[in-house]
Design a protein around this ligand. Structure first.
Ligand code: HPA
Length: 267
């Protein structure tokens, strides 16, 4: 950890971010637009590099609407073969850099049939269906306790701020439960019926490990899903990553506007 922090602090001249943002599939434009320092993950000691199309793989530092922000332009995924510990390492780094509020974004499939592709969904809770947990193994008490409470991962105050911003921008923001599967295969129709029965509104392959670690570290967490496609069996259409990236690109302007307004109002 010390090597990682020393490298970043030297590179950024001790930039101290207060807010972290993880930008999901096709949502990286915010980082291109506002960038003071960018460091490819491959250069940062202790970081792994992401290999997914539509994910750039760099840490971007910027002042946005007067807030000091660090963005992950592209995240690491469990399905890439990394351990839970590896994919959540950047969250612990953000914590050590001073981040106390984390905004997690992702692309997700629609489980709740009243939602439509292109909708944005505020995550109110999650179901960890990945079969693993990022807090497994030795616990570093300087981050958090062994058995952390997870009864309110997604901060109610931040959800309210997102809702207000969504109303002002006329976005018809959805609320829902995000279920994370390990991937990389998309789900079967039967698995989506199961997800719905279990209370999920959307399904994806990320975010949950990061939000568990952020909550454990005492960060306030906001999660927003860009609903890119009907999940398996919800429509007759076959699923493709190209569709996910295309829909995410189509909504990137309203998504960026939402994030900017949230940043303005987040305490
Ligand atoms: N399933 C899982 N992950 C996803 C999906 C989906 O339908 N869409 C975008 N990410």
């Amino acid at each position: 950890m010390k090597d990682t922090l020393d490298y970043i602090n030297t590179y950024t001249d001790n930039f101290q971010p207060e807010i972290g943002i993880v930008l999901g599939s096709g949502l990286g434009e915010l980082a291109d637009k506002y960038c003071e320092y960018s460091i490819p993950y491959s250069q940062i000691p202790g970081f792994e590099s992401s290999s997914v199309v539509g994910h750039k793989g760099q840490l971007v530092f910027a002042n946005i609407v007067n807030r000091k922000v660090v963005m992950m332009q592209g995240r690491l995924h469990f399905y890439e073969g990394y351990s839970m510990l590896q994919i959540t390492y950047p969250i612990k780094v953000m914590k050590r850099l001073g981040v106390n509020t984390l905004i997690l974004t992702n692309a997700a499939g629609i489980v709740n049939k009243s939602f439509r592709p292109g909708d944005l969904m505020v995550i109110t809770d999650h179901i960890n269906f990945m079969g693993d947990n990022p807090l497994k193994g030795h616990n570093d008490e300087t981050f958090g306790e062994r058995f952390p409470d997870m009864s309110e991962i997604y901060n109610k105050g931040l959800i309210k701020i997102a809702d207000t911003a969504g109303r002002l921008l006329n976005l018809n923001l959805r609320h829902g439960v995000y279920m994370a599967t390990s991937g990389p295969s998309y789900e079967t129709p039967a698995e989506i019926v199961m997800a719905r029965t279990m209370g999920a509104d959307a399904v994806g392959m990320s975010t949950v490990p990061e939000s568990i670690v952020a909550n454990y570290c005492g960060m306030k967490v906001l999660g927003i899903s860009c609903l890119t496609n009907y999940a398996s069996g919800v429509s007759t259409k076959k699923l493709s990553h190209a569709e996910v990236v295309t829909t995410a690109n189509d909504v990137k302007d309203k998504f960026s506007a939402l994030i900017l307004m949230i940043l303005q109002n987040a305490k």
